[in-house]
Design a protein around this ligand. Structure first.
Ligand SMILES: Cc1cc2nc3c(=O)[nH]c(=O)nc-3n(C[C@H](O)[C@H](O)[C@H](O)COP(=O)(O)O)c2cc1C
Length: 163
């Protein structure tokens, strides 16, 4: 069975809810093994074994959250040239922007020669004040539905080898 690896990091729950919705959608495809894993737990071997990737991370201080960046820092050169051409999608969870993190993630994915198979998404939580940013997030249903659709689309296409 082909494997879809969903790699996420989350502090206040927004990116985690997105990743779970993506996984739920992907699980609708019986031909794919879906693995949902926190970025800090991902090892290089799991990257080699995966046939496709969905990255979900928050934007923090205009770039990828430190833990997500650390995942790439730990693994980037260990698997360089071994993932070429594998499909990926990305979702950034952000208070009001998300573009810095998205650019950074897409640059890293390009370095790995991954293939972007759908437009990357930014889900905004509209958290701007200190209180809003620190509070646990509850995403609205449309963001979760779109994330679920992304998972279903990605897994079905991976199963059919259309990427
Ligand atoms: C230290 C810190 C820095 C942040 N910087 C940004 C930022 O540069 N741009 C932005 O849009 N949101 C920023 N945010 C808001 C987070 O992206 C937002 O709270 C998001 O929901 C975090 O994802 P999570 O709920 O999965 O942890 C920041 C939050 C924190 C805690």
């Amino acid at each position: 069975m082909k494997q879809l690896l969903i790699i996420f990091h989350s502090v206040t729950g927004g990116a985690e809810q997105i990743a779970q919705a993506v996984a739920k959608g992907a699980c609708a495809e019986p031909e794919i093994t879906v693995i949902l894993r926190q970025a800090q737990l991902v090892q290089e071997e799991q990257l080699r074994e995966a046939n496709g990737f969905i990255f979900v991370a928050p934007e923090m201080l205009g770039s990828l959250s430190g833990v997500m960046k650390d995942f790439f820092d730990r693994t980037f050169y260990r698997v360089l040239d071994e993932l070429n051409g594998r499909p990926y999608a990305a979702v950034i969870c952000a208070g009001s922007d998300g573009q810095g993190a998205l650019r950074q993630l897409e640059k890293i994915a390009m370095g790995w020669r991954l293939k972007k198979v759908t437009e990357s998404k930014v889900v905004l939580t509209y958290a701007q004040s200190k209180e809003q940013i620190l509070r646990a997030k509850t995403l609205d249903q449309s963001a979760l539905d779109q994330s679920e659709e992304l998972g279903t689309f990605f897994a079905s296409a991976l199963a059919l080898s259309v990427f």
